[in-house]
Ligand binder design. Structure first.
Ligand code: NAD
Ligand code: LMR
Length: 330
């Protein structure tokens, strides 16, 4: 019987497809562990509140022992009041004919007010994960609107890319995923990202040595991981949902529980200038957690190819930041 007081978890876009794959896992204890009760706060746009109510009916019907209650909101200030974990999933999808500036503008209208609402009322220990695309820049916008919340509480999801990279390397080498360590995703959650095996290991051996085929890494591994989102959209007719929800669970669970000794993961965090990534940009890095805050892994040597790939993705983040600033969104 859970004794602790519930942790408040807010999920935006709760009636969407990622929301549907995520909420049941949170309520069953997979986000925060088997001893932590959760109270869910579902945020939706008014026209999707009825659908969110339907999801809540199904959550009730699971009789999850750890689920201490569900509140449904169409107001961000109410949804984030007192929240400890904020999962910002709801976003405006790109539609035909929409330019990048239009997408950034539409999402600025969502993530700015949500950042402000987190600033106004979230719990002191709030941790924020932005999933909605463009995730890095949406996290940048939300963080900019929350000047009183420490910047290291705002993160963007690249754990799905990380998991995809681990899956591809396991398939290629025949090693179990548990043998794979120190894979890194650098940069933006977009096709410019750099999935990096330079420091990765397979069963304790350098991954590049185990693979023994640089052309595979460059011409197959990197583009497969970087373009996996588009491949899934093409195959399913909809963007990844269960794997995205799984990555969100992994991201928060690792943040709260810490990374295993000798390993790291990947997350979009606010840059402190490490590896030449301009301070303040939300970029993916190799990170560890001690259960409290993410730390960027320091001192990794980068070859010229890696440097070029990282710079190219960071350049895209700089462009997005400039576009957002030009729109007055941050
Ligand atoms: P979806 O369209 O099925 O659901 C999105 C939901 O968000 C909808 O129910 C919509 O009503 C809601 N919403 C829109 N604006 C909102 C607002 N202001 N407040 C609250 N809710 C709002 O989309 P999905 O498949 O669940 O994907 C959600 C987002 O996640 C998309 O932007 C997608 O591109 C992104 N995504 C990111 C990753 C990643 O790895 N970072 C992976 C997959 C998908
Ligand atoms: C993914 O990586 O699966 C998604 O971010 C793709 C998308 O554009 O929604």
């Amino acid at each position: 019987m859970p004794a602790a007081s519930p942790v408040h978890v807010t999920v935006t876009g709760a009636a969407g497809q990622i929301g549907y794959a995520l909420l049941f896992r949170i309520a069953s204890g997979q986000l925060l562990g088997p001893d932590t009760p959760v109270r869910l706060h579902l945020l939706e746009v008014p026209q999707a509140v009825k659908a969110a109510e339907g999801v809540a009916l199904e959550l009730d019907d699971c009789a999850f022992p750890l689920l201490a209650g569900i509140d449904i909101h169409d107001d961000a200030t109410e949804a984030f009041a007192g929240t400890n974990v904020a999962l910002l999933v709801g976003a405006r999808p790109r539609t035909a004919g929409m330019e990048r500036g239009d997408l950034l503008s539409a999402n600025g209208g969502i993530f700015g007010p949500q950042g402000a609402a987190i600033n106004a009322g979230a719990a002191q220990d709030v941790r924020v994960l932005v999933v909605g695309n463009p995730a890095n820049t949406n996290a940048f916008i939300a963080a900019a609107a929350a000047p009183d919340v420490p910047k290291d509480r705002f993160t963007a999801m690249t754990r799905l890319d990380h998991n995809r990279a681990v899956g591809q390397l396991a398939a290629r080498t025949g090693a179990p995923v548990t043998d794979i360590a120190r894979v890194t995703i650098w940069g933006n959650h977009s096709a410019t990202q750099y999935p990096d095996l330079l420091h990765a290991t397979v069963g304790g051996r350098p991954a590049l040595e185990v693979v023994g085929d640089d052309a595979w890494v460059r011409d197959t591994f990197i583009p497969t991981v970087a373009k996996r989102g588009a491949q899934i959209i093409e195959a399913r007719g909809a963007s990844s949902a269960a794997s995205a929800a799984n990555a969100a669970i992994d991201h928060v669970r690792t943040w709260v529980d810490g990374t295993p000794a000798g390993d790291w993961t990947s997350a979009g965090v606010v840059s402190d200038g490490s590896y030449g990534v301009p301070e303040g940009l939300v970029s993916s890095f190799p990170v560890t957690s001690d259960g409290g805050a993410w730390q960027i892994v320091q001192g990794l040597e980068l070859d010229g190819f890696s440097r070029g790939r990282i710079d190219a993705s960071v350049e895209e983040l700089v462009d997005e930041r400039e576009a957002v600033r030009a729109l007055g969104l941050a």
